[in-house]
Write a protein that binds this ligand. Structure first.
Ligand code: DOR
Length: 441
């Protein structure tokens, strides 16, 4: 089935001068005055996009889709729906599923499920160690050479804390330009940890998760990466000290990249005051000083990307006592809005910067050549149109995710995804999901 050509009228690429953009055969066929006069424009569907921003489709390097194993919390299909509605055209699915995605068979299963849904490109992340147990390396090369062509490996949810295993993993992925995405959490320093170690944990009587447990692993892994000559990506950076460690490593040339989550850009540990587990997350929400530091680091490039750590959890796993609740928060449908609120409205990033941290850099880190590309002639038409002036109120029950654990319940946020295009095919039109089978949704 070929997708009809689309003439997008008057959108502003990267928030700059409005221009017409013609999309045909999955590619950007023309930009600017040539678009309307292009032969393919003759029978194109016209989209009036005046007042909208045009960006490359967003790419999430850190998503939990829960399939296989916890289809009561999320499936590849429901997560793909949330992603498309959030403006994403590609997501990387973390391997902490059941069974764990630690073999070619499981990563191929997730890859095929994603392709069958067809709303976003789903790229499985492979586990670093068998069963994510941190004991022996998984078959990284088998996953890399599988149909899923895995390039990113992580034991996310747990740290690869054994230094020798981490060294071996970094060595292994060099042969196919892979990357190890580390969940930086020194386990002995965080036994029983429930929230950030600081004033609030002392007041609330909860076991603390000290910043140094993150910073020590990042420092160690940057040194290992230098030693081995490999590539490291640091998941969900949350502390001011981690930013300093990363800045020092980057200054001496370490091949390290880093992500921050939307929630660490906007929420602090004060949210634990009411003991509402919706605010329980790993790494935990930190202090105002940390929030300021990660924002600054995202603005100056010390942190390369925003990744959602979209972590859906079933109601019974979240609506219980704090100590027993699973850590994690939804993110796919609110990430762009949080970045607009915290980075664009504060003047820390312009729209070029938004494209860089939410699309171009994550695609590059994940090894994708067809995503995160410029809005330019000949490039794949993976695009998102955003209304920057719109505001909306988050309601967990109305999100496409199967779970409802958003920390922004009832909160009004700026920016609305109007249209998402995957290789020129609308997956979202006027804020509504378009079923790939053409049945509507
Ligand atoms: O809060 C979190 N939730 N942090 C993680 O590292 C794992 C994730 C999950 O899988 O729920």
């Amino acid at each position: 089935m070929t997708t009809p050509a689309l003439l997008i009228r008057g959108a502003a690429p990267y928030g700059e001068e409005p221009a017409d953009v013609l999309v045909a055969d999955g590619l950007i066929a023309a930009v600017g005055v040539e678009a309307a006069g292009h032969p393919a424009a003759a029978d194109a569907t016209v989209l009036d996009a005046s007042g909208l921003m045009l960006l490359p489709g967003l790419v999430d390097l850190h998503t939990h889709l829960r399939e296989p194993g916890r289809e009561d919390a999320e499936t590849v299909e429901t997560g793909s729906r949330a992603a498309a509605l959030g403006g994403y055209t590609a997501v990387f699915a973390m391997p902490n599923t059941d069974p764990v995605a630690d073999t070619a068979g499981v990563v191929e299963q997730v890859f095929r499920l994603g392709a069958a849904v067809g709303l976003v490109d789903v790229h499985p992340i492979g586990a670093v160690t068998v069963g994510r147990k941190g004991e022996r390396l998984a078959e990284l090369t088998a996953m890399a050479t599988s149909a899923a062509q895995v390039r990113v490996f992580s034991d996310d949810g747990d740290c690869v804390s054994d230094a020798l295993l981490m060294r071996r993993a970094l060595e292994y992925v060099k042969s196919f330009d892979g990357v190890i995405a580390q969940h930086a959490q020194e386990p002995r320093l965080t036994v029983g940890a429930q929230m950030h170690e600081g004033d609030w944990s002392a007041r609330l009587g909860m076991t603390g998760w000290p910043a140094v447990a993150e910073e020590a692993i990042i420092a160690r892994d940057c040194l290992l990466t230098d030693h081995v000559g490999s590539r490291l990506h640091v998941c969900h950076v949350s502390t001011a000290g981690s930013v300093q460690v990363l800045a020092a490593a980057k200054a001496r040339g370490t091949a390290v990249t880093a992500e921050v989550t939307p929630h660490h850009l906007i929420l602090t540990d004060a949210r634990a005051e009411g003991y509402d587990p919706v605010f329980k997350v790993n790494p935990p929400l930190r202090t105002d000083t940390d929030v300021a530091a990660v924002r600054q680091a995202l603005a100056d490039g010390t942190i390369d990307i925003v990744a959602t750590d979209h972590a859906p959890h079933a109601q019974q796993d979240k609506e219980c006592e704090w100590d027993h609740a699973s850590p994690g928060m939804l993110g796919l449908q609110t990430a762009l809005s949080v970045v607009i609120e915290t980075m664009v409205h504060t003047g820390a990033l312009d729209w070029r910067g938004v494209a860089r941290v939410l699309s171009e850099n994550p695609a590059r880190i994940g090894g994708l050549t067809d995503q995160g590309r410029p809005v330019a002639v000949g490039e794949p038409a993976n695009l998102v149109l955003v209304d920057p002036e719109a505001r909306w109120t988050v309601r967990g029950a109305e999100l496409a995710s199967l779970s409802a654990n958003t920390p922004f319940e009832g909160v009004e946020l700026p920016g609305r995804v109007v249209t998402t295009l995957l290789r020129g095919r609308p997956t979202v039109l006027d804020g509504v999901l378009v079923d790939p089978a053409g049945a509507g949704a």
